[in-house]
Design a protein around this ligand. Structure first.
Ligand code: AMP
Ligand code: ZN
Length: 473
């Protein structure tokens, strides 16, 4: 079977076929770094981390981009209230983002671009959109630097959120001071206001609108047409609708093949959000619940269903993590003390059956809820066999390999973080290889790589350093 994803663009389940063979381009909208992120924001970061891990696990080369929005009204207001610059505020909360995200086991993106570091790309894209007649500059005596996207000039507008321009118009509102041809038109560039950071542009000093940064950075790092773009369901309109319009108006090519949106994390039946004040930051949640439990909690639901953030759910997840970790440590302990003889044919058969069910679940629109269920069945199976006094080495090898493999995808047992002697050894060999390469001892560095390959471990050199993974059978 192959991976099927629910595509919000077509509202259909579709087989996942990347645009460029074995390489996957994946853009996920990242946080606005004006504060700590909350547990609702953590949902897309965790679930799409699992999709990315899964794609890598099954052998795709994934370029995963997640941006930082480091200039907007919220950034400006918060920086002003703290008496620091917007850049200082961004620096601080990007660092805080990584502290929480790393703790949650969210693998770092291949690239994590910031809007303020991409002004030439953003301006270039706006110019392209204008040159094709899809944007206009507002010139009034009071404001002459705003540039708007001309929604009426772009017929497919509304194709992602599945609404016509007229339907969407009914809900549109115009902010004070905005001079637009149509209430749905949205800012690509905003003329400078006193006291705000600004950049030079062909339309005078100003700053970009929010939506354009994702279009510009996506095309810079991933190309004009990408495979997957993801975010929370609240981003479908207007953010992602506007991204589609901007990118396709600029390039004339399809922007994204598969649009994926996660459901809301709710608290007392309402969306958790900063503006409603009903949020808990990940930083605060981590004081109450271990990160693995937060991860397991998120993955115990299908990513498109709403989930309710309640203490009972988190406590249940804590119990689940304890069961997983106990199984893993019992297994390691028994391997060191209780190797003997025995027939494990039926164990291997059952394990294979469960393993196939795990991958079936993941292939089914990465149904982590079902996959987590299978993981617990595997743990139950292993625990049952562990009751035997002696077990053959093959039992330990198979059980360990299985749990290690599944945790590479879900990251809920915490295997890669601790007690992973193999990972430690591979990391050490990678360091040795780096040292050998620096010393231009290529015979030795190649030998290390080849020896690892013979053990089924593939090294891949990336701009972020050398990565390793287990070769697929
Ligand atoms: P923001 O920083 O507000 O742009 O949000 C970052 C990401 O979190 C976006 O993908 C949002 O759609 C997502 N998000 C925000 N609130 C929630 C929530 N309560 N549940 C799930 N996702 C959310
Ligand atoms: Zn975005």
């Amino acid at each position: 079977m192959s991976l099927v994803l629910y595509n919000d663009l077509t509202r259909e389940r579709e087989e996942f076929i990347p645009v460029r063979g074995g390489c996957v381009s994946f853009y996920s909208c990242g946080p606005t770094v004006y504060d700590y992120f909350h547990i609702g924001n953590a949902r897309p970061f965790i679930v799409f981390d699992v999709l990315r891990r899964y794609l890598e696990h099954v052998g795709y080369k994934v370029t995963f981009v997640q941006n930082f929005t480091d200039i907007d009204d919220k950034m400006i207001n918060r920086a002003n209230s703290e008496g620091i610059t917007v850049a200082q505020l961004a620096e601080r909360f990007i660092e805080e983002y990584y502290r929480d995200a790393d703790a949650l086991g969210i693998r770092r993106a291949t690239a994590a671009p910031r809007a303020t570091e991409h002004m030439p790309e953003i301006i270039g894209m706006i110019e392209k959109i204008m040159s094709k007649g899809h944007a206009y500059q507002v010139k009034t005596p009071s404001r002459d630097g705003d540039v708007y996207f001309d929604v009426r000039s772009y017929a497919p507008y509304g194709k992602l959120s599945k609404q016509s321009i007229d339907e969407l118009n009914a809900g549109a509102r115009v902010e004070v001071g905005e001079v637009k041809r149509d209430p749905l038109d949205f800012a690509l560039w905003k003329a400078e206001k006193p006291g705000e950071p600004s950049w030079d542009s062909p339309w005078g000093k100003g700053r970009p609108g929010w939506h354009i940064e994702c279009s510009a950075m996506s095309s810079k790092y991933l190309g004009e047409t990408i495979d997957i773009h993801s975010g929370g369901v609240d981003l479908t309109f207007p953010h992602h609708e506007n991204e589609v319009a901007q990118s396709e108006a600029a390039t004339g090519k399809p922007f994204v093949k598969y649009w994926l949106h996660n459901g809301f994390l709710l608290i007392d039946k309402e969306k958790m959000s900063k503006s409603l004040g009903n949020f808990m930051t990940v930083r605060a949640a981590r004081e109450k619940y271990p990160p693995l439990a937060i991860r397991l909690f998120m993955l115990s639901a299908h990513y498109r269903s709403p989930i309710n953030f309640a203490p009972e759910g988190l406590e249940q997840a804590m119990g689940g993590v304890t069961r997983l970790r106990n199984c893993w440590s019992d297994l390691l302990h028994a391997r060191d003390n209780r190797v003997g003889e025995g027939d494990i044919t039926s164990f291997i058969e059952e394990l294979k059956r469960l393993d196939a069910r795990f991958y079936e679940a993941m292939d089914d629109d990465f149904n982590t809820a079902a996959a987590v269920g299978v993981l617990f069945e595997i743990v139950k199976l292993v625990n049952t066999w562990l009751k035997q006094e002696r077990l053959p080495a093959g039992f330990f090898q198979a059980a360990e390999d299985e749990l290690r493999q599944l945790d590479d995808i879900l990251g809920v047992i915490g295997i890669e973080k601790s007690d992973d002697s193999e990972a430690d050894e591979v990391e050490r060999l990678i360091e040795e290889r780096d040292a050998a390469r620096k010393a231009r001892d290529f015979a030795f560095s190649d030998k290390i790589r080849d020896d690892l390959l013979a053990r089924g471990i593939v090294l891949e050199d990336t701009p972020q350093g050398t990565k390793w993974k287990r070769k697929l059978a």
